[in-house]
Design a protein around this ligand. Sequence first.
Ligand code: CO8
Length: 378
Amino acid sequence: MNSSHMPDVVISGTGLYTPAQSISNDELVASYNTWVDLYNAEHAAAIAAGELPAMQPSSAEFIEKASGIRARYVMDKEGILDPRRMVPHLPERPNDAASIQCEMAVAAAREAMNQAAKSAAAIDAVIVAASNMQRPYPAMAVEIQHALGVQGYGFDMNVACSSATFAIQQARDALATGSARCVLVLNPEICSGHLNFRDRDSHFIFGDVCTAVILERAQDATADAQYLVVDSKLQTIYSNNIRNNFGFLNRADETGCGRPDKLFVQEGRKVFKEVCPAVARQISEQLEQLDIAPTDLKRLWLHQANLSMNQLIARRVLGRDPAPDESPIILDEYANTSSAGSIIAFHKYRDDFASGEIGVLCSFGAGYSIGSVVLRRR
Ligand code: CO8
C-alpha cells in the first residue's frame, strides 16, 4: 500500500526493441519436422527394434490452438531454422565490443528516455532484469550504464518471467527511500538462446525482444504521459514445473553437460492449472485492499505466455469475458518473451488512457513468481 509519507512514483517512459527477423509457425514446424525425419532415418534400426521411440512431427495448427502463438521475433533466424543446428548463431564478440544484450537494451532505453524526456545525466540507476544474462560479470547493467553514459549504480536480477515487475518494485522502493532519483529498468530477453528447438512440447513457445521502463518521482516527471504506481505486489511459490538447470556448477559434473535439463523445461499443463488461479487471486485481493472494483479497471496488461491463460485470468478478475482491448494480446506476434511480455502490452496499449483511468500490469512464470502493479494515468 502507498503510505502517505512515501513520494509518489510514476512510470514516465517505455521502450521496445524488436529484432528484425521473425519466424512463422509454418517455418518453425517445417524445420522441426525435417529434423524429425533426419533423426528417425538415422535411428531407423533402433526404432524398428523398439529401443528408441520414433520422434513425432510438430504442427502449426496445434501450436496456434494450444498457445495463440503465430510467430516470434528472433536474433538469428538462420541458425534456429537450420535442421542440422537448431540453435541461434550469435558469434562471440571481443571484450571491448558492445554485448548483444547491451545493444538491444540501449535501443529500448533510448525510446523510453525520449518518452520520459530524460537525458542520461538524469538517470542514476539501471536495473537489468531478465531470465537469462549473457554472462555473470561484469553485470550487464554496468555495461549498459556505461554505454548510455549514466552515472550512479546498476545491477542485474533474475526472477524469470516476473523479472520486469519485480524490478519495477525494486525501482519504486529505491525512489521511495531516496537511494535513486530516476531508474531505468531493462529486459533484454534472448529466449531463443535457451530454448530447446528439438523439444516438440516447447520449441514454439519463446521469442526475443527487449523492453525498457523509466520510473521516477512524480515531482520530477515532465513526460506527457505518466502512470502513477498505485501499488505493487510480489509473490513467489516454489515449483519445479518450470526449470532450467544451467549453471556455473555444470562443469563440476561432466556427465550432465549438454543434457536437455540445461535448457528450458516445463510441465505446461501443470503450470497452466496452478498459476492461473494464483494470479487471479493475487490481482483480486490487491484490488480489494485498494478499494478498486473490477468495474473500475480499464485494462489488464498480462504476461504473454498463453492466450487461454490470459482469457481465464481476465475472466476471473473481471467476473466476465474480457473485451479484446481489456486484455490486449501481443503473444500472437511476439510469442512468450518472458519478462518483457506484459511490458510490450503496456507499451503498445496505453495511449488511449485518460487521466484517472486504472490498469493492472501483471507477470507470472517460473519460480513460481507473480508480480502485479496497479497503475493510474495522471
Ligand atoms: N505439435 C503437435 N502436437 C503436440 C506438440 C506439437 N508441437 N506438442 C505437444 N503435442 C501433443 C502432446 O504430445 C499431447 O499429446 P497427447 O494428448 O497424445 O499426450 C497433446 O499435444 C497435448 O499436449 P499438452 O498437454 O502439452 O498441450 P497443452 O494444451 O497443455 O499446451 C502449452 C501446451 C502451450 C505449453 C500450454 O500447456 C501452456 O502454455 N502452458 C502454460 C505454460 C506457461 O505459461 N509457462 C510459463 C513458462 S515461461 C517462464 O516462466 C519463463 C522461463 C524463462 C524463459 C527461458 C527462455 C528459454
